[in-house]
Design a binder for this molecule. Sequence first.
Ligand code: ADP
Ligand code: MG
Length: 222
Amino acid sequence: MSLTSEHFEAWLRLAAGRLHEQKVALTELDQAIGDGDHGINMDRGFSAIVARLDAGPAPDPTPTGVLRFAGRTLVSTVGGASGPLYGTGFLKAAAALDGVAEADASQSVAALEAAVVGIAALGKAVIGEKTMLDALTPALEAARAALAAGANGESILEGAAAAAEAGALATVPMLATKGRASYLGERSVGHQDPGATSSALLLRALADTASSLARPQTAAAT
Ligand code: ADP
Ligand code: MG
């Protein structure tokens, strides 16, 4: 597997569709422990990405070009904490892939690492604080372990998505110590973090994009 600009664009479009479907669910999660806008924020940002892709001019046809375009669009269209955090993640991933036409498994994991490190630095958060990092950090760890074990790109991304989903579920019993949810103290316990949930959605969409785009090649090769 190697991820081209077309793959990243397909990922953004798939994620935008799923975020639109999950807009109400994500907003309900944020109503419980935040200000009830996470679904609206994510839908606004990813709808803007799709609208700009459709309207043109097209971003540079490289992984860096597409990811940088996504990051800039999120920073400029999404209010709230999640816009700058996700925007930074995309911009850091873009920078990690500079000069790469097709990201192989190791380059893809390096881009994920750059995104997660960038988000953690901006948010000054670590795992266990009931944020998107509770999905992203286990995803990165799973991806690194799978890469070291020699897994192919699709299974690396599948493992990352599964770890992110488990990580999002694991935020339910956590006490929030970062972001708006931290204002609730003990009352944040018992609810799933909206940002961890959207991070899992994004990584699931990436894994699904990689596996659906890999399938025709596999079929042709056998
Ligand atoms: P806001 O909190 O400004 O309303 P959103 O509702 O769009 O923004 O996003 C909330 C999500 O952002 C939270 O569920 C959490 O996952 C994430 N988040 C908030 N603060 C931080 C932080 N400091 N570090 C990492 N993630 C954070
Ligand atoms: Mg909010």
